[in-house]
Design a protein around this ligand. Structure first.
Ligand code: C2O
Ligand code: CU
Ligand code: CU
Length: 512
């Protein structure tokens, strides 16, 4: 790899959680362009005992009322969790001490949430990957104060998919997610039910929320090590389980993998190099299963994979080194790290699984006309198009129901990714080439290694509100917290010219 180093640039004011070391190293690196980063690659290969059964977040209870609204209670609270034997780690969670219960509902259903905040700081709950009105999106514009409540509701107008939910308080997202506020949100539909895919929750259809964490001697989380992309942990937790294994009872097991980490990009593969079938990405199932040996997921991306097991066999899901497009930055960004993730242990006798269908679902190809609206987003430092996030500024006003072409260009040497709220988009090309198999389906977050460019087709929906914005941003949580984010509103096409570019902040806080 002969990538040129990140261009010299001034880093923005250091946030209160920034440890000087990380910033100093980044600045130094940016100015000289050639220092080896200050931490060697780490490896946990062969060192993890896989001694703990994988925890499965329980499915959240819900009740359907007379109007057909499925209602969930979701309470953010503090607690403690035992990750390491005999040590209690202070953590946060939704309805549990760490992470959140899994939410599950069907396409077409109306859902409603009684969100309560029992923490002593303001948080929000964002429904990542969801198509919904901006007032329900759970961004910094819908704060839930300590002891406060929030009751968002909407109708699920999207296909079966593995989404997730997490806080989005401006400048605090990394902290809240690292403490444990994150959960899975599974949408089902008739089309996916008919496929006979492994679908017994926690048995052959298993949530796999992957996070890196570091512990101090007392067993408390520490985010001491910060590379240029933010916090990188030394250990992997899956669903909040340290050194996890999963007992597999069926020939096929479906893993719904979510990169719930702050900054770590994983290159998932198995220790025996076995192939697996990729069946779904962020926003739904693929057209057909794609045979793969590895898949890269940057923070917030999801992949549904199906693994075939032989009776009595074992295999280990790992993260292998990868090219972050960062050249000299690869180590500081974790690109050279090797991590054990999850051991799969097949029982001596396995229940038969139905065959994986050769075709999954129809994925309608978005084909923007040449006259489609085109926009460009340049990622550099922690800015998008040379700007940092301003909650009162609307960066982009989008006409409702518009199919647009967005070009996202990472001009820096370090990796970023790009997430858009409210939509599921399709990748048109990557550095001018046709997208690889893992980018042929619906996506809401796309990885951009250093010096790379993607073009995406973005089908905006019909929910309009000129006063409440959605966001697009880098989903490396520290970058996002430092302002690598912009805001867009969706408005009726004839209101694009008159829609406000400046928002009255006070007014917006009352929308919830
Ligand atoms: Cu998952 Cu704006 O975020
Ligand atoms: Cu989101
Ligand atoms: Cu970034």
């Amino acid at each position: 790899m002969s990538q040129s180093p990140a261009p010299t640039r001034k880093l923005s004011p250091v946030s209160r959680r920034t440890i000087l070391f990380g910033t100093a190293a980044a600045t130094l690196l940016a100015s000289t362009g050639c220092i080896p980063y200050t931490r060697d690659a780490i490896s946990t290969i062969g060192e993890v005992k896989f001694s703990n059964p994988l925890r499965i977040p329980r499915l959240a209870d819900s009740a359907v009322d007379g109007d057909g609204v499925r209602t969930f209670d979701l309470t953010a609270r503090a607690g403690t969790t035992e990750f390491l034997a005999g040590k209690q780690t202070p953590t946060w969670g939704f309805n549990r001490s760490y992470l959140g219960e899994t939410l599950r509902a069907r396409r077409g259903e109306k859902v409603r949430f009684n969100v309560r905040n029992e923490l002593d700081e303001t948080t929000t709950v964002h429904w990542h990957g969801m198509h919904l009105p901006a007032e329900m999106d759970g961004t910094p514009h819908q704060p839930v104060r300590p002891d406060g409540q929030w009751h968002p509701h909407w109708t699920l107008h999207q296909r079966a998919a593995t989404l997730w939910y997490h806080p989005h308080p401006h400048g605090e997202t990394e902290d809240h997610v690292n403490n444990g506020l994150a959960g899975m949100f599974i949408i089902d539909d008739d089309e996916s039910d008919r496929l006979g895919l492994p679908s017994q929750y926690g048995v052959d259809d298993v949530p796999v929320i992957v996070q890196d964490r570091s512990f101090d001697d007392e067993g408390e989380f520490t985010t001491r090590y910060r590379g240029i992309n933010g916090f990188l942990g030394d250990n992997i937790l899956v669903n909040g389980t340290y050194a996890p294994y999963l007992d597999v009872e069926t020939e096929l097991v479906r893993l719904r993998i979510l990169n719930g980490s702050s900054a770590r990009v994983y290159n998932f593969k198995f220790d025996d190099d076995r192939r697996f079938d990729l069946i779904g990405t962020d926003g739904g199932l693929l057209e057909k299963p794609r045979r793969m040996k590895n898949i890269v997921l940057s923070p917030a991306e999801r992949a549904e994979i199906v693994v075939r097991m032989k009776p009595g066999s074992r295999t280990i899901l790992r993260s292998a080194p990868q090219d972050l497009g960062a050249g000299v930055l690869a180590t500081g960004a974790g690109g050279n790290d090797r991590m054990e993730v999850l051991q799969l242990r097949a029982r001596p006798a396995l229940r038969r699984s139905g065959a994986l269908p050769a075709q999954l679902v129809a994925v309608e190809r978005l084909r923007p006309r040449s006259s489609a609206t085109k926009r460009e987003f340049v990622l550099d430092g922690v800015e998008i198009n040379g700007k940092e996030m301003d909650m009162s500024r609307v960066d982009t006003v989008v006409p409702a129901n518009n199919l647009e072409v967005w070009t996202v260009r990472n001009v820096a040497g370090q990796p970023h990714n790009f997430h858009i709220h409210d939509v599921q988009f399709q990748v048109l090309d990557v550095d001018g080439h046709a997208p690889p198999p893992e980018l042929t389906g619906w996506k809401d977050t796309v990885f951009l290694p250093g010096k790379s460019e993607v073009r995406i087709a973005v089908p905006f929906g019909s929910y309009t509100n000129a006063h409440v914005p959605y966001m697009y941003h880098c989903h490396l949580l520290w970058h996002e917290d430092r302002g690598m984010m912009g805001q867009f509103t969706v408005v009726a096409p004839d209101e694009v010219g008159s829609a406000p570019r400046k928002l009255e902040m006070k007014e917006m806080h009352d929308h919830a």
